[in-house]
Design a binder for this molecule. Structure first.
Ligand code: C5P
Length: 200
């Protein structure tokens, strides 16, 4: 059985949580494609050429526990604008999307570039302020940060991800948009699962 669920949207809209929940519920494999760009961004911060890093990315690099920092997120969105970096990561994502047993992929270009033939395409979004609040809560549990910086980071990353020439973040023409601004996590997961079920 080949069945792909493509989940795109801006940072901290709830994509990751929703994707994991859907994959667990359906028994599908899940790929957080942002981790690929984060792993390349982390290597760039260590002085490695990002194109070379993308071309030789090893699965173990995705298990690096330091990929979730704001610094790595910003580096990820910078390397993600380099066409050669994206090209190096496409084949792996495409084959993951069409693997036997079903797959959920979350990212920025899954429904538009990686898997335009996906059976389900969701665009998960929320206002920049609400997304920054969520990210701020997460980050402030790990250390000190201030809201204004987190909001500015979210807005800068949105602008970079939506404004780049190669594979910009945008909803696919046939994607269903779910705005999670006023939804609990459980309500957002339920809304996403309902969309999946209508197409299964
Ligand atoms: O989803 P996450 O916040 O981990 O993604 C980090 C960055 O990686 C994004 O800001 C974006 O620039 C890039 N990315 C991308 N295409 C994807 C997934 C992530 O360009 N499919």
């Amino acid at each position: 059985m080949i069945f792909t669920i493509a989940i795109d949207g801006p940072a901290a809209a709830g994509k990751g949580t929703i994707s994991k929940a859907i994959a667990a519920q359906l028994g599908f494999a899940h790929l957080d494609t942002g981790l690929l760009y984060r792993a390349v961004g982390a290597q760039m911060l260590q002085g490695v050429d990002p194109v070379k890093a993308a071309q030789s990315l090893a699965p173990s690099a995705l298990r690096d526990t330091n990929l979730r920092t704001a610094e790595v997120a910003n580096a990820a969105s910078k390397v993600a604008a380099i066409p050669e970096v994206r090209t190096a990561l496409v084949a792996f994502q495409k084959s993951f999307a069409r693997r036997e047993g079903g797959a959920v992929l979350d990212g920025r270009d899954i429904g538009t570039v990686i898997c335009p033939e996906a059976e389900v395409k969701l665009y998960i979004t929320a206002s920049a302020e609400i997304r920054a609040e969520r990210r701020f809560k997460e980050l402030s549990e790990k250390g000190s940060t201030d809201f204004a910086t987190v909001l500015a980071d979210v807005q800068a990353r949105d602008a970079r991800d939506m404004g780049r020439a190669d594979s910009p973040l945008r909803p696919a023409a046939d994607a269903v948009t779910i705005d999670t601004s006023d939804m609990s996590i459980d309500a957002a997961i339920a809304a996403a699962l309902a969309e999946v079920e209508t197409r299964r």
